[in-house]
Ligand binder design. Structure first.
Ligand code: SAH
Length: 380
C-alpha cells in the first residue's frame, strides 16, 4: 500500500507548499484543488496541467484516501456501486443513486459492522474498524466524480441543485455498512464538511442507526437539522431482540424516546425503517443465523414481523408523532434464512398502518441486481 501524501485534505497553504516543493508555480495548487473538489481519482484526468506535471504528481502523491477497486452499474444505469480500497487495504462500499429528486450517495461509516443483525449482510464478517472523516468525504467525492465525468456539458458550478439531470451530489444517506453512531466524532466532522465545503444542505442528509441511544442523544445535542432514521424492524422487544442483538442493550422504548426528542429538537420528521420479513416455508428454523433457542421459545415459529397484528402494534408505538415509516421488503441475502412476504402482505401491512393513523411508504429498492440494495452491502 502506498504512503504517498494525500492532497485532498491539505489546506490551500499546505497544497501550495507541496506544489512549490515540486518546483512548480503556486497557481497550480488552485487548479489541482478544483479537480480534487470534483472528486478526481488521480492526476491523469487534470487536463489543464501539463503532462509532465501530471506524471510527476502521480509518482509523488494521491488525490484521495481511497481508490476505486471495482465499479458496478445497475441495468437501468441509475445506481452505481463502488468498492473502494482505503490506504491500509480495508475495502468498503459506497452507492450512488440517481433519483427524480437529485443524486444521492449512500455512505458507509465503518468497515464491516459489529451489530450482528440477523437479516443483514454487512455484519457477516464483523467490524474491521471505524472510517475516518476523510474516508467518508472520499466516498462522496468518488460519487461526485462519477457524475462529473459522466456529464460532458456545463461546468459543475453552473448546475442547478435539485435538477435530476445535474451532475452534483445533492443528498447524503449514511446507510452503508457499519453503525454510524458508533463513530460519531468522525461522522460529525464528515457532515460538517459535507455541509460547509460540499454545499449539501442539512435537510438533505440522513443518518440511519440501529438505535444507539447515547449516539442519538449526541446528535440531538449537536442540533443540526439532519434527518434521523431508526432501523426498528419489530414492534416489540422480544421479536426485536431476536432480530437485532443491540435491542438487549437499548430496548424499543428508550430508542424511540431518544428519537422523538431528536425530531422535536431538529424539527425534522423521524424516519422509521421497517424491513418486512418472514422465514420462508421449508426454511431451517433451527439455523443458528436466526436466533438462539431461548429467543425461539418466546416466539411463534417461523419468525415474521409482517402480520397485520404487528402493524397494529407498531402503530401504537408511533401514533401522534411526526414520523414516516419506510417499509422495506427484505432483500435477499444468501446466508440469511429470511424472505420478503408476498406483495399482498406488504400492502396489507401498509394499509393497516395507514388506517391506524401512521404515515407510511414502501421503499423503492435500487440496484438489487448489483447487490447494492439495503442490507446487501458487503465487501464484494
Ligand atoms: N447500522 C445502521 C446503518 C445501516 S442502514 C442502521 O442499522 O440503520 C441499512 C438499512 O438497511 C437498515 O435499516 C438495515 O436494517 C436495512 N437492512 C439490513 N438488511 C436488510 C435486508 N436484507 N433487506 C432490507 N433491508 C435491510
Amino acid at each position: 500500500m502506498t504512503s504517498k501524501p494525500i492532497l485532498f485534505n491539505m489546506t490551500p497553504a499546505e497544497l501550495e507548499q507541496f506544489v512549490t516543493g515540486l518546483g512548480e508555480p503556486k497557481f497550480r495548487a488552485k487548479q489541482i484543488s478544483e479537480w480534487i473538489s470534483r472528486g478526481a481519482p488521480d492526476f491523469s484526468v487534470m487536463k489543464n496541467l501539463p503532462e509532465p506535471l501530471r506524471q510527476k504528481l502521480n509518482d509523488s502523491a494521491q488525490t484521495m484516501p481511497a481508490t476505486i477497486d471495482k465499479r458496478l452499474e445497475s441495468a437501468d444505469k441509475q445506481t452505481v456501486k463502488f468498492l473502494l480500497a482505503m490506504a491500509d487495504g480495508q475495502k468498503i462500499e459506497t452507492v450512488l443513486m440517481r433519483t427524480s429528486y437529485g443524486n444521492s450517495v449512500c455512505v458507509s461509516g465503518q468497515a464491516g459492522c459489529a451489530m450482528g443483525c440477523k437479516f443483514c449482510a454487512s455484519t457477516l464478517l464483523g467490524l474491521h474498524r471505524n472510517l475516518t472523516m476523510n474516508e467518508m468525504i472520499a466516498q462522496v467525492l468518488v460519487a461526485q466524480w462519477e457524475l462529473y465525468s459522466g456529464a460532458n456539458s456545463r461546468p459543475i458550478s453552473q448546475k442547478p441543485n435539485g435538477d435530476p439531470n445535474n451532475n452534483e451530489v445533492s443528498h447524503i444517506v449514511v446507510m452503508g455498512t457499519g453503525e454510524p453512531l458508533q463513530n460519531t466524532e468522525n461522522l460529525r466532522g464528515f457532515l460538517e464538511y459535507a455541509n460547509s465545503k460540499l454545499g449539501i444542505s442539512w435537510r438533505r442528509i440522513t443518518v440511519s442507526t440501529c438505535g444507539i441511544v447515547p449516539g442519538i442523544a449526541e446528535l440531538t445535542e449537536w442540533a443540526r437539522p439532519i434527518n434521523l432514521a431508526i432501523s426498528l424492524h419489530a414492534p416489540n422487544d422480544t421479536l426485536r431482540s431476536a432480530l437485532m442483538p443491540i435491542n438487549n442493550k437499548y430496548p424499543i422504548a428508550e430508542v424511540l424516546d431518544a428519537a422523538f426528542a431528536n425530531s422535536e429538537k431538529t424539527g425534522r420528521q423521524l424516519m422509521i425503517e421497517y424491513i418486512l420479513l418472514e422465514t420462508p416455508v421449508g426454511a431451517n428454523v433451527n439455523s443458528p443465523d436466526l436466533c438462539t433457542n431461548s429467543d425461539r421459545a418466546n416466539l411463534h415459529s417461523p419468525l415474521r414481523n409482517c402480520a397485520p397484528e404487528q402493524a397494529v402494534e407498531l402503530a401504537a408505538l408511533l401514533r401522534g408523532k411526526n414520523v414516516m415509516v419506510n417499509l422495506i421488503p427484505m432483500n435477499a441475502v444468501a446466508e440469511r434464512d429470511f424472505a420478503a412476504p408476498s406483495g399482498n402482505a406488504v400492502h396489507r401491512f401498509q394499509d393497516t398502518l395507514i388506517q391506524s393513523g401512521v404515515h407510511t411508504r414502501i421503499r423503492r429498492e435500487r440496484g438489487a441486481d448489483i447487490g447494492s440494495a439495503c442490507g446487501q452491502l458487503r465487501i464484494k
